[in-house]
Every structure is written in C-alpha cells, then in structure tokens.
Design a protein around this ligand. Structure first.
Ligand code: PLP
Length: 400
C-alpha cells in the first residue's frame, strides 16, 4: 500500500543534507575529507548572543510566545530593516519562524493553489523548486547564464511571467553563486513587475550582510517603493550571526500575507523557540563587530580561493559580490577520462571523482539547476581551502 502523499513523492531530500551525510560516512571510515559542502558559518555564535539566551532561560522566558514572534524580536527586526534598508514595517507586517526556510515554505503554502506558477531563476537555492512542488505549485525555472552574471534579466523575467504566476523568487546575494543584484538591476526588474500587478516577489536576503561589493546592498522594496506592498522580504540570523542551529528567520511584507503565514504557523509550530528568539533579538540589536570581522575573514578567503580556482586549468569562477560560495565552471573537464579510465559524463560524476580520488567534497551544480558547475563553500579555514584547491588541481591534471 502507498504510505506517502503525492506531495512527498514529488520532492527530494536536500542534496546538501545528502552530501553532508556522505561526508560523515567517509569520515567514520577514517578518511580525512576536505569538506567544502557546508552551508553554514564556521564561527561560534557571538558571546553576547549566547549570554542573552542563558539569561532568557534563567529568567523564565521558556513559554509559548505570540505566534508571529515576541514583541522584542519583532521590534528588533523592524529596527534592522529601518536601519539597513530604510524600510518601515508595522508589527502586523512582520512574522518570525523557525528559520528563513520555514518562513519561505509557509509563504508558499499560504498562497499557492494547484497549478500556480513560481518563477525561480537558476542557479537556485536547492529548496525553492521542491518547496513550490510540496505546496502544489509549479516551479518555472529560468536559466541565467554565467555571462549574465547568473542573474535574471528583465527580458527573461518578462517571458517567464504568465497569468498563473504568483511569485518571483529573488535571492540576493545568492546561493550557490554569490551573485547580487545591483540597484540598477533591481530597478529594471521592478519595471517589468510593475506591469504585472498580480505577481508578488519573495526576496531571500539571508546573505544580505555578507557583502563585499562597493556600494550598498539595497533591498527591492526600498529600491521601488511602488512594489513594497507586493514584496515579501525574508531573512534570518543563521548566516550573519553564525546561528544556524538556533532556527530563527523572519518575513516582512503585506499584512494579509503575514496573517495567513501566522495562521498556518499557529497550527504547525505555535511559535518559534522562545530562547532562540531572545538570542536573535540580542544579535540584531547588540554590537555588530562580529559581522564586520567575519565578513573581513570571508572576503579574504574568497579572494584566496577565487585566485586558486582560476589558476587551475579547465576550471574557472567569477569573484562573487556576497555570500560564502563559489560556483565553479567545470564544463571543460566533462568528457575527459580519469586515471581509472572512466569517462566523466557530467558535473555529478566530476564531484564524485573529486571525492573519491582526492577526498574533496563539493556539491554538483545540477543540484542547483547549474549543470557543468560545482559549488564550493568557503565558510571554512584558509588552510582547508588551500589544500583542497591543490588537490582539485591534481585531480584535474590527472584527467586525459
Ligand atoms: N535561503 C538561502 C538562500 C539559504 O542558503 C539558506 C540556508 O542555507 C536559507 C535560506 C535558510 O536559512 P535558515 O537557516 O534561516 O532557515
């Protein structure tokens, strides 16, 4: 007999989770793996944030909170969005969930009916298409080439929109590319979106503070205020404050959508963890040196790794504007043979070859809608990155 619903059969477990599992298995066999798959900061949560959580526990902040988050955390989020982007949100326009991932999932669950379309520019964060499918929607994948900076162009956006389009997802800076939209690029996309009043935009800004480019990282709702009531801005504390395990993310946008998300949340989890909410409020309102310091470290790793990768014959990657990932072009290695005489047919086999021959773990690009590429996370030490690049170079040199 069938044991699962169609919505589960439509989706896949996250490939990054699968890669992490594979690395754990190999490590348990005693192999030393250079792991470049990890999508989380390699720093500890800042001390003042940990202390705020301990205080919350000691002071009895251990009960259910309002469904859409504690007033203190919502005020902290409003403060961040005002300070960073000049955006004003009332309490009714803010919601907090168990990670940005949950907030995004609930926003899709709250709005999609069968056959509704969601425009997902590729390369994409692995979860978007499956989240759309799990909620009965249809992902409309729009390929964005390396020559276009891996970014959606107004022309491609226009041709992807139909009268079934409910959402366009914009992840900037992006996972897996690190690409970020400039203010002018956001403005040009907004022009198209203004012509389509039925379409909402979900901006995933989880890497907003991990930013290296000159000039400010602007948010779509701030760039085009006429779109503000159609933008659902999502973000969280996971990446900026090294708080992936605390599971706090948030969404800001139209009150009707926020109410719908809260209604779902009230039946799913009641509220996010009270202790984590206290910690997240401290992260958003407390001293921000941690962010500046870690971004400086990420930037130096990015510069080192981009140079090392581009020095490897057959591989190349652009230098991204934000985030902590590189999407490496390995198309020139496909079709070649390994020393064992096996032909590398695609990026998945290339990634497998790096793991088996050199114990370097990366994630193949097809998982992100980017065939012919693989993703490196540089949220790891420069020593690991340097050694891993040397091994990848050796693996590439051995191909014929
Ligand atoms: N959005 C993107 C683009 C991500 O890369 C991630 C984490 O990998 C998330 C959202 C999820 O973040 P959170 O930990 O807040 O659920």
């Amino acid at each position: 007999a069938r044991t699962t619903a169609a919505r589960v059969r439509r989706i896949n477990p996250s490939p990054s989770t699968a890669a992490a599992q594979r690395v754990r298995e190999l490590k348990s066999q005693g192999l030393t793996i250079l792991d470049l798959t990890v999508g989380e900061p390699d720093f500890d949560t800042p001390a003042h944030v940990r202390a705020a959580a301990v205080r919350a526990i000691e002071e009895g902040e251990t009960k259910y909170t309002p469904v859409n988050g504690t007033p203190r955390l919502r005020a902290a989020i409003a403060h961040k969005l005002r300070l960073r982007h000049g955006l004003e949100y009332t309490d009714a326009q803010l919601t907090v969930g168990g990670g940005a991932k949950q907030v995004i999932f609930l926003a899709l669950m709250a709005t999609l009916d069968e056959g509704d379309e969601v425009v997902v520019p590729a390369p994409y964060w692995v979860s978007y298409p499956d989240m759309v499918l799990a909620n009965d929607g249809t992902p409309v994948i729009v390929p964005c080439s390396e020559a276009e900076g891996f970014k959606l162009t107004p022309r491609r956006l226009r041709s992807a929109l139909t009268d079934r389009t409910r959402w366009v997802i914009l992840n900037t800076p992006g996972n897996p590319t690190g690409a970020a939209y400039t203010t002018d690029e956001l403005r040009a996309l907004a022009e198209v979106l203004l012509e389509h009043p039925g379409v909402r935009v979900l901006t995933d800004e989880i890497y907003d503070e991990i930013w290296y480019a000159d000039g400010e990282n602007r948010s779509l709702a701030a760039v085009e205020p006429r779109l503000a009531d159609r933008v659902f801005l999502t973000n969280g504390v996971s990446k900026t404050y090294a708080m992936t395990g605390w599971r706090i993310g948030y969404g800001a946008g139209p009150a009707d959508l926020v109410t719908a998300v809260s209604t779902l949340q009230s039946q799913i989890s009641s509220c996010p963890s009270s202790v984590s909410q206290a910690a997240a409020a401290a992260a958003l309102t407390g001293p921000q040196q941690f962010v500046a310091e870690t971004v400086r470290v990420y930037r130096s790793r990015r510069d080192t790794t981009v140079k090392l990768v581009n020095d490897i014959p057959r591989l190349s990657c652009p230098s991204p504007a934000g985030g902590f990932y590189l999407l490496v072009n390995c198309a020139d290695a496909i079709g070649l043979r390994t020393p064992d005489g096996e032909r590398i047919e695609n990026d998945e086999q290339f990634a497998r070859y790096l793991l088996d021959s050199q114990q370097v773990a990366v994630i193949h690009g097809t998982a992100y809608g980017a065939p012919g590429y693989f993703r490196i996370s540089y949220a790891t030490s420069t020593d690991v990155l340097t050694e891993a690049c040397a091994r990848v170079a050796a693996a590439c040199a051995a191909l014929t």
